[in-house]
Design a protein around this ligand. Structure first.
Ligand SMILES: [Zn+2]
Length: 379
């Protein structure tokens, strides 16, 4: 089974950029002699998305692929030192000394152990039962499954940080993975993501960096875009481990909350009615200043029955009518020939300038009010 669209942007405009006639089905399993008879090469096709430039395979892995997977480089001394410093830098930068971590695809658990040794609480996540067992033997708490949307419903917003080292390149749906991260992270929670660097492969003609186990080959820009387009702020990006890896630190971004917008649109109707009604009741005439977008929209929502007239400085608008409310636009000079007692300013960006002009140029002595949110405020 092959997919036909980009894993990152969904575009089906894909270019085949690399083709190997012979490659192993996977590169992490060396075979026992009994399996040799059935072992055949596969063809490897690498594609690049013309829309977002993401480099990827279109093949789908079998579901149980990672059940038996156990990959580890953490016995190498250089790797141990690298991980130690990587963890320390991350913890110090975000002040996470006693934070609660979720490590996705933790492998043999070496990085989780480093975090734990520094005082963090860690939940080590591995789909492979074999790897989980190895982790548990080291004293780690583990959980199976794959991080994604709705994957851990009882762990919503409980973690301070998610770590995914050398994981995202294996993930069939990176957008879903990022959504899963967002779900389990607390507000303001952070992530450390490390993937093999596409730049490293290209700079050194490393044809051997492309193989069936890696579904995605992240450049720094695709990696940062993946997070910044999916509600994360990218805090830091670097090439790590002699340029082998692209590493990003990300922070969960707040979702803009529009709840009060609906409320304001609702309450402006009553606020306008009340304000104009009060003025009208004591025999005061009210004009509106501002036939721009904000004014036109607001006037279309409210009852303008007791508005004396509408003014705007723009000579192009003079004599024209507002849609829906059908108020004709006059020039501000009308204030001199047909005075009012009250002016409501809807052109908020020019509020101070208009107020100054009203007082000095048009010698207006009455009440100045202005539109804001769902209210009419008096100056
Ligand atoms: Zn794409």
């Amino acid at each position: 089974m092959k997919r036909s669209s980009c894993r990152i942007c969904g575009s089906s405009d894909l270019d085949q950029v690399v083709h190997y006639k012979k490659a192993p089905r996977n590169i992490e399993r060396l075979l026992e002699s009994a399996f040799l008879v059935n072992d055949k090469p596969i063809e490897l096709y690498v594609y690049q998305c013309r829309t977002c430039s993401h480099v990827q395979l279109l093949d789908q892995l079998e579901d149980e692929y990672y059940e038996e997977y156990l990959m580890s480089h953490s016995h190498v001394k250089k790797m141990q030192q690298f991980q130690q410093k990587q963890a320390t830098d991350f913890l110090q930068h975000f002040g996470l000394k006693d934070g609660y971590f979720f490590e996705a695809g933790c492998g043999d658990g070496q990085f989780s152990i480093i975090l734990k040794d520094q005082g963090c609480r860690v939940l080590a996540n591995e789909p492979s039962a074999k790897a989980r067992k190895a982790c548990e033997e080291k004293g780690l708490k583990t959980v199976g499954g794959y991080l994604g949307r709705g994957a851990f419903p009882d762990m919503r917003e409980i973690f301070d940080a998610v770590v995914a080292r050398q994981v995202l390149e294996h993930v069939p749906d990176p957008i879903d993975f990022v959504a899963g991260m967002r779900e389990i992270l607390k507000e303001g929670g952070v992530g450390l993501i490390e993937v093999p660097s596409l730049e490293q492969a290209i700079e050194n003609n490393r044809f051997f960096d492309f193989f069936p186990d890696h579904l995605s080959y992240f450049s720094s820009s695709v990696l940062t875009n993946l997070f910044s387009r999916n509600m994360f702020e990218v805090i830091r990006l670097r090439r790590a481990m002699d340029g082998e890896y692209n590493e990003v630190w990300v922070k969960k971004a707040l979702k803009p909350d529009l709840g009060n917008i609906q409320e304001a649109a609702h309450s402006i109707v009553g606020a306008f009615r009340e304000f104009l009604g009060r003025e009208h009741a004591v025999g005061r005439k009210t004009a509106i200043w501002g036939a721009g977008a904000k004014g036109v929209l607001t006037l279309s929502m409210v009852d303008t029955g007791s508005v004396a007239y509408l003014i705007d400085l723009d000579p192009v608008k003079k004599g024209r009518y507002t849609p829906v409310s059908h108020l004709q636009v006059s020039s501000p000079d009308r204030l001199l020939s047909d005075p009012v007692d009250t002016v409501i300013i809807t052109a908020l960006a020019y509020k101070d300038e208009i107020t100054r002009d009203l007082r000095s140029k048009y010698l207006f002595k009455g009440k100045i009010a202005y539109l804001t949110g769902g209210k009419i405020l008096e100056d």
